[in-house]
Structure formats: C-alpha cells, structure tokens
Design a protein. Structure first.
Length: 507
C-alpha cells in the first residue's frame, strides 16, 4: 500500500508539473518569471523550430495578400507592444498574428520616379510585377501622370486579372474607399489615382469617355468579375440624383447618372449590394456569388470609432471572414486582397493611437484568415506598401506605456518614477513623427499634465506639415503556406508579384 501511494503521488506531481509547463507556453513572457536560463532555452527552441522548416514548393490553390497601408516596422513594433499591454503584459514580448508566419523578407518600396513612394505606384509593383511612377494605377512608367492619351498599350496585367481569367474567384476588402489607390491597383488602369469617379476626370478625359476607377470595377472584363468587393466609397457608385441611404443630406458623386451599385446586381447572378452592418450580417455566403458592400460614402470609420456609426459597419476581420466564405466555394481556388488602409490615414493625421489600433485590427484580420483557411493550400503574404516617418525613442523602461511619456531607468538599471526630460527639462513621449500636424511652433509644451494616450492626441512632430508624410525605408514581408519560402533577403517590391505567380503557377 505504501508503494502504491508513492507511485500515485509521483504521477500526481508529474501531472501538475506538466500541466503547469503546458500553461507556461501560452502565457506572455512577461507574465512568467523571466530568467537567464529561460532566455537561453527560448533562443535554442527558436533555432530548433527553424531547423524543422521545410521549403514548400507545392502549388498554392489560394492566395491572400494582406496590405497594411503605411505599416512600417516601427508601426508594427509599437502596435505589437500596445496589443500586449492591452492584454495585460509589458508588451515587448508580444507578437502580432502575422509575425508568427515562418518566412520574412524586406521590400524596397521606392517608385521609379521617387525615393519615397506613394501607394499607387507601390501597390502597382506588388500586383503587376513591374515598378512604376507615383500616382499611376496598374500602368507602366512610360505613362505620364494625368494624361489619359499615354495609357493605351502601357497597361499592366494584375495578378487579380490573371486569377479571374484562370477561373479562380477574386475579392478586394479594404477599410478605405474601394476606389482608393491600393484596392484600385488590383482591377483598374489609370494615369491618375484620384480619378475615382467621372466627377474627378478632367474635361479631355471625360470627353474621350476614359473610364473612371469605379466604372472600371463594374465593367471589369476578366472572368465573371470580382466576386467580393467590401469597403467604403459609396459616393462613386451613386448618381448625384440619388440621396445617400445613410446620410440623406448627401448625394452620390457621379455626373453621368449611372447607379453603379445597381448595375453590379443587374450584371451578376445571385449577387447582393449592402451598405450597413445588418444587411452585411444577413448575407448567406453559400447562396451569394457576388457581394458588393459599400459602408460609407468615403472611407470607413476607424476601428476605434466604428461603434459610433449609426448604420453600423463590419470590422476588417468580419469582412475578411465573409469574403473567404464566399470565395472558398470555388474548387479552382481564390485570390483575395485585404487592406488595412486606415493605418496610413491615422499616421497622416499624426495620431498614433488610431494608427496602432488599426494595425491591431489588421492583425486580427490576418488571424481570422489563418484560422479559416487550409494552410497546406493557401499562400498568405502580409506586407506594407510603404512606411511612415514614425519613431520610437527615449530609452523608456520595460513595459512603459507605449502611448505615454518616457520613464527611464536609473544608473543601476531599475525603473525610475519620474518622467525623463529633454535638454530643457520637459517630458516627452516615446512615439513621435518627423513631420506632421503635431508640430507646435515655438517652445515645446509641457506635457506633464497632458494625457498622451488619449485617442485624439496628436504626437509631436519635428517639422510642420498639414499631413504627415510617407517614409522611404524598406518594409517587412511576412509569409506562410505553399510558395512562402521563396521570400528571403532584401527584394525589390515587384518581386512579391512573381512569388505569388510562381506559387499559383500562372506564368
């Protein structure tokens, strides 16, 4: 009996130990007791995991291309920390969903005529395999911006068009207007990114019946057209004679009288057009073949503000999920582009809070996709079109509020209680912008009593600018699934297209 008691006790203790060890794996590092031994063991485990990676050169049935617009490395780092801090950890040890993908490269983002790119030229490179000028939509660098006469013969074929021609289903999901530069580059060809509807066209292009971007979406000639288009930009699909369904005081923006949203339904069997959350939620993806969702006249609301929208808007994660449900019915596979477009807009506004919370929701959308798809047959690529002049500085102590003011360490390496100060004795934030609307003329303000974590706070900027600008450094490309191992090193941005094409074996 004594031996049996000892035997059972041993297994009870062992079970508790194993259970504890298993739970430790899922705890954020800061929630555990860090030790030199643990750091060493974690490093070795990372190498062992890398040694088990296999170069998967199998055919990819599906491709999901995620674009975090303006999501440079500093934005990813700060969003990672904020996400971790929201979850109750110090944040630095956290990883966003796409940072767990096994393959990584750096992408050189310059346009053919600019060191610092714009989204139109950068996205064109990503989806056509050819770099081009800033402001151009899926046309090559021989096109003169704003001159429709130079377009003919210089159009570039996009990976979405190739997918449609091969019988795959295709979709575009964004939090911007669906006619904005990044989504437009997948399906339209234009010498000017701002020609989103006919009201935007100059007189000569209008007289020549050059198609605006919204019209090109509806008249898309490849395959049976895009199966899913979700985002904002309703005004470019409604005529001026019709009031906006959500804001009756506003009307559509089209001067030609065409109601493109209705034309979408007339053109496509088993199709639907929705403009609010209730209608979106009611869509049965297994009975719907073509879905157009336009949830705002302009861009969709920031994730932080989405709950205040009277008509209701789906999140980026929800739109991604619905799109996958519709597209994955096609046995020939699908191509889906998902853009977290308002990461970019928040940084242009000098507002780190919204830029980072948009990046976190973008990460949630990637996580949603990973959980829904078959990872053995789906290539997922996550990248940015460009970066922003967004900085992290000041030697803050571990776990310091990423949106807060810097608290440093003392000479022994332990956290202080007072704010770190600049050369004039004033506190400052970890996050800032090199230019933008957060510039304050004259002497720096005293931020001691300022809530820099407020959602509406604009980070300080070094140079005055009505809108903060893009930056020109490389951005990261994360990938997983068949074909992902082709990503390596430092690559030109247009290589991303060729990796997708090789994975789909379309060339």
């Amino acid at each position: 009996m004594k031996t049996e008691h000892h035997f059972n006790g041993f297994f009870a203790v062992s079970f508790i130990f194993l259970l504890f060890a298993g739970l430790m794996v899922f705890l954020p590092k800061a929630a555990r007791a860090e030790s030199p031994e643990e750091w060493f063991e974690d490093g070795r485990e990372a190498v062992e995991a890398a040694m088990k990676l296999k170069h998967d050169r199998k055919h990819a049935k599906n491709v999901i291309l995620f674009i975090g617009d303006g999501m440079g490395v500093s934005t990813v780092t700060a969003a990672r920390i904020l996400d971790g801090q929201i979850k109750g950890a110090t944040g630095e040890e956290n990883l966003l969903s796409f940072e767990k993908l096994p393959y990584l490269a750096l992408s050189k983002t310059y346009n053919t005529n600019q060191q610092v790119p714009d989204s139109a030229g950068a996205m064109t490179a990503i989806v056509t395999g050819v770099k081009t000028r800033a402001g151009l939509i899926a046309v090559n660098q021989d096109v003169i911006r704003g001159d429709y006469l130079t377009v003919s013969g210089n159009e570039l074929t996009t990976i979405l068009e190739i997918a449609e021609n091969s019988g795959m289903s295709t979709g575009v999901v964004t939090t911007t207007r669906v006619t904005h530069a990044t989504p437009a580059a997948t399906y339209a060809h234009s010498p000017e990114r701002n020609w989103e509807d006919d009201h935007d066209l100059p007189a000569d292009a209008l007289a020549a019946d050059f198609p605006d971007i919204a019209r090109q979406l509806i008249e898309f000639p490849y395959g049976d057209g895009l199966e899913v288009v979700l985002g904002g930009g309703r005004r470019s699909f409604l005529p001026r004679t019709i009031s906006d369904p959500e804001y009756p005081a506003k009307t559509g923006e089209r001067d030609d009288g065409r109601y493109l949203a209705e034309e979408w339904q007339d053109k496509n069997p088993l199709s639907a057009y929705v403009w609010n959350r209730t209608q979106f939620n009611a869509i049965d993806p297994y009975r719907t073949e073509h879905l157009l969702g336009l949830f705002e006249p302009g861009h969709m609301n920031y994730e932080h503000d989405r709950g205040g929208d009277a008509a209701g808007e789906p999140s980026l994660s929800e739109m991604t999920s619905k799109a996958i449900d519709i597209l994955s019915k096609n046995q020939k596979g699908f191509f889906l582009m998902v853009e977290g477009g308002r990461i970019d807009h928040a940084s242009h506004a000098g507002n780190a809070f919204r830029a980072l919370t948009e990046a976190i929701e973008f990460s949630n959308a990637v996580k949603t996709a990973i959980e829904k798809i078959n990872r053995e047959e789906t290539l997922i690529i996550v990248t940015a079109d460009h970066s922003h002049v967004f900085t992290m500085a000041g030697y803050p102590t571990r776990g310091n509020d990423i949106l807060g003011k810097v608290i440093g360490n003392d000479s022994s390496g332990e956290s202080l209680t007072d704010y770190a100060t600049d050369a004039n004795g004033l506190p400052y934030t970890t996050l800032g912008y090199a230019n933008g609307p957060g510039y304050i003329p004259g002497d720096r303000p005293d931020l001691t009593g300022v809530d820099t974590a407020d959602p509406d706070y604009k980070q300080e900027a070094t140079l005055p600018s009505h809108s903060e600008t893009h930056s020109g450094e490389d951005v990261a490309v994360y990938a997983g699934g068949p074909g992902a191992s082709l990503l390596h090193g430092v690559q030109e941005q247009n290589v991303i297209y060729h990796i997708i094409a090789e994975a789909l074996k379309t060339e």
